[in-house]
Design a protein around this ligand. Structure first.
Ligand code: UDX
Length: 437
């Protein structure tokens, strides 16, 4: 099968590379020529476990990179659109990149194509793309047929390759049997593993993506609220979450209390849902609360740190972890950065260390006046508090014995509930977790 991917960002690169690994001939296209020339040299612009190896195995060969849309459209029988759709100030999604891509695709079309939208975009975007392509083809006097499909992605950063190869489900929103069969064939390898293919109309497929993210984010915000309550009542949120999660109707995943969710999807997609609802004259109360609780959680985590440290002025706080979760160098909407900003505003000196995300933090937050350190130990010298903000593997087995000799004050704040309080206290540190008294 010949596939083209228009938009070689995180989703596009993972999708294209994985399809090539599964046997398709793939062209990944991006208007960013620097990115494409780097990819051609084997330089992968993101940190994603397993991706580099897959690119190396398939490029050159079944995987190709180009900055020319004409090249991509000529190559692909199936053309995926995977460009970014940032949220605007009024919570609506900026679809400029999608429509630019769509127009370019339509202008280059010379025959039947299946156009698949993978970019997360408001319900109705698929139909609107279809109308746009129809009108361009008509204007150009091109009598070609094409099919529009919505095929949302559910890739977790840090786990994207596995999530692509072995997802919980594949959702295909199509209007014609022909297009449905083409996309089903594309995913035949996954279907053969028993992965369910959900076929539906375009609008429903578009909503599945938002609904999934809303459910997952709701679990986190609800658990964070319960954890805050646990703290006040003397209950242990870790055990509460474990016991609650054993109820199959609730499930064990996404019940870890912490500093709130971040990343490129949950915050953006929930805000976009508010925008979609507003456009339709509806105010969803729960979705708004999920966002509010998440914002509040960062403030509460800052207050928690402040309470353990006392007056922040003149104090040094070490923050371990900058990415919004482990396994990625992505710092978008990272609760860690939001908390660091509050600590700096409060007058603390902040030392940070992250195994992957320091470069992104420096380039995307040039005003963040922190001291970047080379490892956990150098970040902990003469500090008054160590805050575990992101649960990277190397922070899950800290050498407290050695840390005790480096710090000024042995205070440990565990925003991910990685440790048992007694295991930390036995080294002479005070311990504060989330949802534990
Ligand atoms: C998410 C969805 O999981 C994925 O399906 C979708 O396509 C994109 O958005 P991602 O943003 O990569 O993926 O991260 P995810 O692993 O879902 O975590 C999101 C945030 O929730 C992180 O900040 C994480 O730390 C937080 N989280 C997760 C919790 O605070 N508690 C939990 O129990 C689980």
């Amino acid at each position: 099968m010949n596939i083209s991917i228009v938009g070689t960002g995180y989703v596009g690169l993972v999708t294209g590379t994985c399809f090539s690994e599964l046997g398709a001939n793939v062209v990944c296209m991006d208007t960013d020529e620097v990115k494409i020339s780097k990819l051609k040299k084997g330089i992968i612009p993101i940190y994603e476990p397993g991706l580099t190896e897959l690119v190396e195995r398939n490029y050159p060969g079944r995987l190709r990179f180009t900055s020319l849309i004409s090249d991509a459209v000529a190559h692909g029988d199936i053309i995926f659109i995977s460009v970014d759709t940032p949220t605007l100030a009024d919570n609506t999604s900026d679809l400029t990149n999608i429509y630019n891509a769509v127009r370019d695709i339509a202008l280059c079309m010379t025959g039947y194509k299946v156009i698949v939208n993978k970019s997360t975009s408001p319900v109705g975007t698929g139909q609107s793309i279809k109308r746009e392509i129809q009108s361009i083809l008509k204007m150009q006097g091109k009598p070609f047929d094409f099919d529009m499909v919505s095929n949302p992605e559910f890739l977790r950063e840090g786990n994207a390759v596995v999530d692509f190869m072995c997802p919980d489900r594949i959702v295909i929103g199509a209007e014609s049997i022909k297009a449905l069969e083409i996309i089903e064939e594309l995913y035949a390898r996954q279907a053969a593993l028993g992965i369910p293919l959900v076929s539906t109309d375009i609008e429903t497929a578009e909503m599945v993506k938002y609904a999934s993210n809303a459910f997952l984010a709701a679990k986190i915000s609800l658990m964070n609220e319960i954890a805050n309550l646990c703290e006040l009542c003397g209950s242990d949120a870790g055990i509460v979450s474990e016991a609650v999660g054993l109820d199959k109707r609730i499930g064990r995943h996404f019940l870890n209390p912490g500093p709130g969710f971040g990343g490129s999807c949950f915050p953006k997609d929930l805000r976009a849902m508010l925008g979609i609802a507003k456009d339709n004259g509806y105010t969803p109360k729960i979705i708004k609360s999920i966002i509010d609780v998440n914002e509040e959680q960062k403030v509460l985590m800052f207050r928690k740190i402040k309470k353990t440290v006392g007056r922040l002025k003149g104090k040094t706080v070490t923050v371990l972890g900058l990415s919004f979760k482990p396994g990625t160098d992505d710092i978008r909407e990272s609760p860690s950065i939001a908390i660091i900003r509050k600590l700096l505003d409060g007058g603390a000196k902040v030392k940070v260390y992250d195994p992957q995300a320091m470069k992104n933090t420096q380039s995307q937050n040039p005003d963040l006046n922190v001291q970047y350190c080379q490892n956990t130990f150098s970040a902990s010298i003469k500090t008054d508090c160590i805050v575990l903000a992101t649960e990277w593997d190397q922070f899950v087995c800290l050498d407290f014995d050695h840390l005790k000799k480096l710090v000024r004050t042995p205070v440990f704040v565990d925003l991910r509930n990685v440790y048992n309080s007694d295991d930390v206290k036995k080294y002479g540190f005070s311990y504060t977790g989330v949802g534990r008294s």
